[in-house]
Design a protein around this ligand. Structure first.
Ligand code: GLU
Length: 509
């Protein structure tokens, strides 16, 4: 069978429920599906699992689509991508599910149950750890215990019912998991899961998920560990529907853990610990609560993907910076870990820093120009590119360039007090006026030309270089920071450099 499976064209899916913003763990699941599909020349499908109308959140589907667009994860089929296995939104597939619910009823693998919520509640109160299963179902009000005429009458009267899966007790169910190996669960621990509810005529997650995986010819189900407990049930459903031969392989990915490793990373951790857990910022339409996103926080999508790819997968070498093509090339589910992956947020920042350094200055300048605009600064693109080249190694985020490089565009109006105390000495004003004359007198104004003229003058006068250069930097920047000093004056140009020296002398005298 495995030979046959490997001959089949790989088809995987990402199947989010639109119940809110897409969690970063979901993004990692989608990424692994994407890498797997590309690695094997297969297809990636986006299916929206929206059969639970009570949990539907308006805007969530759009949010999911926009997130993947930003990240650059592309789907081959699915909601908004088209394809010949549609519709890909489960709420548009009602009739399809009804057919299979009926098939399960007809072949005795499922039954109709009329127990009301109150009756179930009473049962739970009466029996500790009550479970609706092989040991209890014959005490309940369902089509196994009621005469057929009564079942028909209740349905005709419009009584509400659910369809439950009839699970035989005492069988070991094997889930062949590509990450975890053979996972064995005894069917006695499973309850007779609800597959369909008459109240809205919709299937539950489990049935819709299996029917769609089958009809969409899914070969591998790659999803988060939280779905592992459902997998034995899914195996049984495949069998009950007679689809055992096309059962997909499973791969349950490790959990993402809090940065300290203590428990599962939650939505709350993000804003509590000061980092985003969503790709894009999100405002909950019900509560109005806002959560930050990677995009708005200034991350480059490539950095986010590279960071996420290594949370739970080991490429087999220790090169951490990997292009998408390299990740695809080496992606292997067998190299995913079983144990949870700590969400090391600082590492995410490190990745962003690396990607900023690797990006052409022109591209970063394009992003920085927008920030400059917001700050009310107009600057020539060429100058911005040069400034980016001189300062980007000092930042982790493009938006930090404003702080690191604003003095290139806006002259200091105040001088940092501590620096003044330390670096503006009694003779600094006199030295700066002489320096201005030296700089004014040189024919060229490149960084190198300035440097040699200034160093010659300092040597000839017998001055201390440190004191002069510190005061010069204070005059240009307003504080003790920035790249190589003569690079700053070169970018500022002669007029602006002389003007800043003059202003510092007047202000600090
Ligand atoms: N709709 C489920 C979710 O929201 C899909 C789980 C699966 O991939 O089977 O994650």
């Amino acid at each position: 069978m495995s030979y046959f499976m490997s001959e089949k064209k790989v088809r995987v899916r990402f199947a989010p429920s639109p119940t809110g913003a897409l969690h970063i763990g979901g993004v990692r699941t989608a990424l692994y599906n994407f890498l797997f599909a590309r690695r094997h020349g297969g297809r990636l499908i986006l299916r929206i699992e929206d059969t639970d109308s009570r949990r539907f959140v308006p805007g969530a589907e759009e949010y999911i689509l926009e997130s993947f667009k930003w990240l650059g994860i592309t789907f081959d089929e699915g909601v908004s991508f088209g394809g010949d296995h549609g519709p890909y939104r489960q709420s548009e597939r009602r009739d399809i599910y009804t057919t299979y619910v009926q098939a399960l009823l007809d072949n005795g693998k499922a039954y109709i149950a009329f127990d009301t919520p109150e009756e179930l509640e009473a049962k739970r109160n009466e029996t500790a750890n009550f479970q609706y299963d092989a040991s209890t179902r014959m005490q309940m009000r369902n089509s196994l215990t009621l005469p057929a005429e009564e079942v028909n009458r209740l349905i005709a009267e419009g009584k509400q019912y659910v369809v439950r899966f009839k699970i035989d007790a005492g069988e070991d169910i094997h889930v062949g998991d590509l990450v975890r190996g053979d996972v064995v669960v005894n069917s006695s621990v499973l309850d007779d899961k609800v597959l369909f509810k008459s109240v809205d005529g919709l299937p539950t997650y489990h049935l819709a998920n299996i029917v769609d995986d089958h009809l969409m010819e899914i070969t591998h189900v790659i999803r988060g560990e939280e779905w592992l407990p459902s997998a034995p049930l899914h195996v049984l459903l495949y069998r009950a529907l007679g689809w055992e031969d096309t059962m997909p392989a499973f791969a349950h990915l490790p959990l993402l853990l809090k940065p300290d490793g203590n428990g599962k990373l939650s939505k709350r951790d993000g804003d509590r610990l000061g980092f985003p857990v969503f790709p894009l910022q999100w405002k909950d339409p019900q509560t109005g609560e806002a959560s930050s996103g990677y995009r708005e926080s200034g991350y480059l999508p490539e950095a986010v993907l590279n960071f996420l790819a290594l949370l739970g997968w080991n490429p087999g070498h220790d090169r951490e910076i990997m292009s998408m093509d390299e990740m695809i090339e080496s992606f292997d589910l067998a190299r995913c870990s079983k144990s949870g992956a700590k969400f090391d947020y600082a590492k995410g920042i490190w990745f962003n820093h690396q990607y900023i350094q690797a990006k052409p200055d022109g591209e970063i300048a394009g992003m920085f120009l927008r920030i400059l605009e917001e700050e009310g600064v107009t600057a020539a693109p060429d100058k911005v590119i040069t400034v980016v080249g001189l300062t980007k190694e000092r930042v982790d985020f493009v938006k930090e360039l404003w702080d690191a490089a604003r003095f290139f565009f806006v002259a200091p109006t105040a001088y940092d007090e501590k620096t003044v105390k330390k670096r503006w000495k009694e003779d600094s004003a006199k030295h700066m006026l002489e320096l201005a004359d030296v700089l004014d007198g040189i024919p060229g104004f490149t960084s190198g030309e300035q440097e040699s003229a200034v160093m010659d003058w300092i040597a000839a006068e017998g001055y201390g270089a440190g004191g002069i250069l510190n005061a010069f930097r204070l005059a240009l920047v307003g504080e003790a920071k920035g790249p190589h000093l003569f690079d700053i004056s070169w970018v500022l140009g002669k007029d602006e450099t002389l003007a800043r020296i003059k202003r510092a002398v007047e202000t600090l005298r």
